[in-house]
Design a binder for this molecule. Structure first.
Ligand code: PMV
Length: 336
């Protein structure tokens, strides 16, 4: 009989960035993210008993077979001892869809690997709910580092931070007791370019090895995580903005200072950042930006100023945009 498991997990946007790794997907510094809601991956995993010893796994993305990602999943799954029995005894079929449109340039590996790890773990084990999330977060990290943060809402920390109990390089933990100033945060994702990025995150992470500024960066990021946790609990909007924006620019500065330097920001990116600076200084409203490893901009703001920010985007930025995804902080995913 075929067993069917459905997993739906969101993407997340880092406020303090993970950039640099070692060993088996261990982060060189801690990172802290806001979990998203509307940008998610949903997968259906079907497990049918088989008798051959050969691994049988098929992967379909929006109905079409995707050979390269299938190979990546097979490699990933066969390296985790937790999935050995499942791969040995069952033929697997994964059907995956993303809620966000094709070619938006939004990284889908975080939501995809969160969903894949959760579904494979669910199919493999009987562990209780508390341990399940921690274990799924750890296994997701081994597929794509940032995926481990998609298990908790609205804010998650991945990486060991001094004085933060239970923080770990192996999996993410939720940040609790968030001040109301940071409840229901909005994220307008401004797409200025929708083609795949020229330099992959893996190459970017590797360029932090022997980077002349690497150690200073790792120390700074860990400090920013500790400060950001206090900021989220105390409601300090000014420092939330300062840390978030400086982190985004630091990530891109690291790329530009690598041995094989490169630049992912586009003229539109810089134009929009300047518009946000001007808008904030004129209106004194608590709006800020962050960037992923790409040219697109995440605009973060509280629910109360949603209409004003939407008008600002429509009136001042629309001509530079391919599309906008209006997302907001979410609570994590689910698997059944
Ligand atoms: O999880 P990866 O290996 O795709 O790396 C993600 C890196 C950034 O998105 C740039 C930062 C982060 O912490 O998510």
């Amino acid at each position: 009989m075929t067993q069917k498991i459905i997993a739906k997990y969101p993407s997340n946007i880092a406020l303090v960035k993970y950039w640099g790794k070692y060993g088996n997907q261990m982060p060189c510094n801690a990172s802290l993210s806001m979990t998203l809601s509307k940008a998610y991956t949903e997968i259906i995993l079907q497990c049918t008993p088989k008798t051959t010893s050969k691994i049988e796994l098929d992967y379909f993305f929006e109905g079409q077979p995707k050979e390269n990602f299938k190979e990546r999943i097979i490699k990933y799954a066969s390296q985790q001892k937790e999935f050995t029995t499942l791969l040995h005894n069952f033929s697997l079929r994964i059907d995956s869809t993303n809620s966000f449109p094709h070619s938006t340039g939004i990284a889908s590996s975080a939501s995809a690997f969160a969903a894949i790890a959760a579904a494979l773990l669910k199919a493999s084990s009987q562990i209780n709910d508390v341990d399940f999330t921690k274990e799924a977060s750890r296994l997701a990290r081994l597929g794509s580092g940032s995926a481990c943060r998609s298990f908790y809402g609205s804010y998650a920390l991945w990486g060991k931070v001094e004085n933060i109990e239970n923080s770990s390089n192996e999996y993410a933990i939720p940040i609790t007791d968030i001040h109301t100033n940071f409840h229901n945060m909005k994220d307008a994702i401004l797409i200025v370019e929708d083609s795949p990025k020229k330099v992959s995150s893996s190459v970017g992470h590797a360029l932090m090895n022997n980077h002349p500024y690497a150690n200073a960066r790792f120390i700074d990021a860990n400090k920013n995580c500790a400060t950001m946790i206090s900021v989220l609990k105390s409601g300090d909007v000014e420092n939330f903005i300062a840390i978030t924006e400086r982190e985004a620019l630091t990530l891109h500065a690291m790329m530009m200072m690598s041995k094989d330097y490169y630049m992912l920001m586009k003229p539109e990116t810089v134009f929009i950042i300047e518009q946000i600076f001007n808008f904030r200084s004129e209106t004194k409203l608590p709006i800020c930006f962050t960037l992923d490893a790409g040219p697109n901009i995440h605009v973060l703001y509280p629910e109360q100023i949603e209409q004003t920010v939407k008008s600002f985007i429509e009136q001042n930025l629309q001509t530079k945009l391919k599309s906008v995804i209006y997302d907001h902080a979410g609570l994590g995913g689910e698997v059944n």
